[in-house]
Design a protein around this ligand. Structure first.
Ligand SMILES: [Fe+2]
Ligand SMILES: [Fe+2]
Length: 306
């Protein structure tokens, strides 16, 4: 395999660093908006993003021991966009469909519960990051792009660590779920008071609150473990005996990689020396380079599915 230097996205452009710069909002106006929104976010009764009734119902149904595929198909059929997406995915190359599937009750078992959950969550996240104004529009787009990229990367690396690709994909997709909560608070404020929330204020709020808010949302949505645990603590110091140890580091690996891939703000991480890449045991060798080099194309493919 011939690797061209321009394909090596993991080589930092600029002075290499091990930590992301902390977002700052020091000017007076930013500080005022920041403090205001922080008080709203801290309130345990703040209104957070909610699931559509159909999605909620399907999530409950697939938790069931013996899943009722006919019943699921009926609920799913109420949401045309979702139903179309399920059929498209079941017929895609990824599921190696032999004959075309046109019925939902056939398509659903093909995807499996994990696959279906992934579609539901992808669509929910997409809806939450669409239709915003001002600086928040770009912030939302960044959240979405990073979620897709993380889903691709965590599942791409999953087999190396004996993790299930479906679950891994969901972990990547949802790990920063809390940012959609911060997004909602900021967007509601913009609408209500006709006051723009600058990007640096949004980033500072996310930095501080996205894990806690994410945990609240995951709990409210009754997402199964390990999701709430990972969503609520992926930037904390990770215990060696944490059962989701590898997921936590893979999520961090995906964050580092997103920044190096220009998905969201660029950070010139010293890739192989970052604690997550190092702990995951990834070395600058042929095998790892082969794995890494596939990532941009996989992200492009996955992005096209939405
Ligand atoms: Fe995060
Ligand atoms: Fe992240």
């Amino acid at each position: 395999l011939e690797i061209r230097p321009e394909e090596c996205w993991w080589i930092p452009k600029g002075a290499p660093t091990l930590i992301a710069p902390k977002p700052s909002c020091d000017d007076e106006l930013s500080q005022r908006v920041y403090r205001l929104l922080r008080e709203i976010i801290k309130d345990p009764n703040v209104e957070l993003p909610s699931l559509s009734p159909a999605v909620q119902q399907i999530l409950v149904m697939i938790e069931d021991q013996d899943v009722d595929f006919g019943g699921l198909a009926e609920v799913l059929a109420q949401d045309q966009v979702l139903a179309a997406k399920v059929l498209r995915t079941a017929n895609s190359a990824a599921y190696k469909s032999v004959s075309p599937i046109s019925r939902l009750d056939v398509a659903i078992p093909r995807l499996g519960c994990e696959g279906l959950r992934s579609i539901l969550m992808g669509r929910t996240l997409r809806e939450m990051t669409a239709g915003l104004d001002g600086d928040l529009r770009q912030a939302a787009q960044d959240i979405w792009n990073r979620a897709i990229a993380s889903a691709v990367m965590v599942s791409h690396m999953a087999s190396t660590y004996q993790l299930l690709p479906g679950q891994a994909s969901l972990v990547g997709l949802l790990h920063d779920l809390g940012m959609t909560g911060v997004l909602k608070v900021a967007n509601d404020h913009q609408r209500e008071f006709n006051e723009k929330v600058p990007r640096n204020v949004f980033d500072a709020l996310c930095w501080e609150w996205h894990e806690l808010i994410g945990h609240r949302i995951a709990t409210a949505w009754e997402l199964p473990e390990p999701l709430p645990h990972i969503i609520g603590g992926h930037h904390q110091l990770i215990d060696d005996d944490d059962p989701d140890f590898v997921y936590m580091y893979l999520v961090q690996f995906s964050d580092v990689s997103c920044s190096l891939l220009d998905i969201g703000p660029y950070v010139p991480y010293d890739f192989f020396k970052t604690p997550c890449v190092d702990t995951l045991g990834l070395k600058d060798d042929e095998l790892t380079r082969r794995q890494l080099i596939e990532i941009p194309e996989l992200i492009r493919e996955r992005s096209l599915q939405y």
